[in-house]
Ligand binder design. Structure first.
Ligand SMILES: [Mg+2]
Length: 263
């Protein structure tokens, strides 16, 4: 049985009987984006800029935006402090000759346009609502998501009718901390009113979700039912080759498998 180390104290993972609450990641765990979501979102972003008289051309902007986003996301992953799209857009425009500050209202409108695409192109998995409905009857549920622009995350969660299942919804864009940083997990633990080791945390990302939950003293379960799903970040921003730090972390490929793990 594996050991989880928290503040110098080791506890064993593997005892499901002590689970008192369940936490979930959002993307590729509860919901998925259509393959063209990112392209659609970028199209809406550049369309909004063009309507504001900023017309850098889609291809040129896309490349500058990808580079800028990658830099900011890598820094956020390193520091644990969440970044925001307004800085990516401002820097991308700067690279191609437009000096527009990150808090300019034209960038604000472009961000709203960008995320409006996710309302149209994101869907729960076919079993998500049934899974949450079933689990909620026995455990309080919490959501902890890495999402830069928190208002959009809340809009998506409401739009897809996920909100009522959760006792707490924590978005990195609001808490300020990006998984795997422990701060988000600690907020989840506090909000659910149990101990870390009493929370099962379900997510798909080996580093952000699984190693993050392990280091924060939660009990992670990796779901692979969203494998192949699009990350809504520019290519290169998400590293897939990270090893899970405890070989005993269960992996589930259907939600019935998750249910069978539980007491
Ligand atoms: Mg995910």
């Amino acid at each position: 049985m594996g050991l989880v180390h928290q503040a110098g104290v080791a506890h064993e993972i593997g005892d499901m009987n002590r689970i008192k609450a369940i936490g979930f990641d959002l993307f590729n765990t509860l919901i998925t984006a259509e393959p063209h979501a990112l392209k659609g979102a970028l199209g809406r972003l550049t369309g909004s800029l063009a309507r504001a008289g900023i017309d850098p051309g889609y291809e040129e902007f896309k490349e500058a935006y990808r580079e800028a986003a990658l830099g900011f996301i890598k820094r956020a992953n390193r520091t644990g402090r969440e970044t925001h799209n307004r800085f990516w857009i401002s820097e991308a425009l700067g690279k191609i000759g437009y000096r527009i500050g990150p808090y300019d209202p034209r960038i604000g409108r472009a961000i709203d346009a960008y995320f409006s695409a996710f309302l149209d192109f994101c869907h729960p998995f076919p079993w998500t609502l049934e899974m949450l409905g079933t689990l909620r009857q026995r455990w309080p549920l919490g959501l902890l998501s890495n999402f830069t622009h928190a208002p959009a995350a809340f809009r998506i969660i409401d739009h897809l009718r996920l909100r009522p299942f959760f006792q707490v919804v924590l978005i990195s864009g609001r808490t300020g901390f990006r998984k795997p940083h422990p701060a988000g997990f600690i907020r989840l633990v506090e909000s659910l009113g149990v101990e870390g080791k009493e929370i099962l945390y379900v997510g798909d990302d080996p580093e952000a979700d699984i190693n993050g939950a392990l280091r924060a003293g939660l009990y992670p379960v990796r779901c692979i039912w969203g494998r192949g799903g699009k990350a809504l970040l520019p290519p290169g921003a998400v590293s897939e080759e990270v090893e899970i730090e405890d070989k005993n972390v269960p992996e589930v490929s259907t939600w019935k498998e998750l249910l069978r793990l539980l007491p």
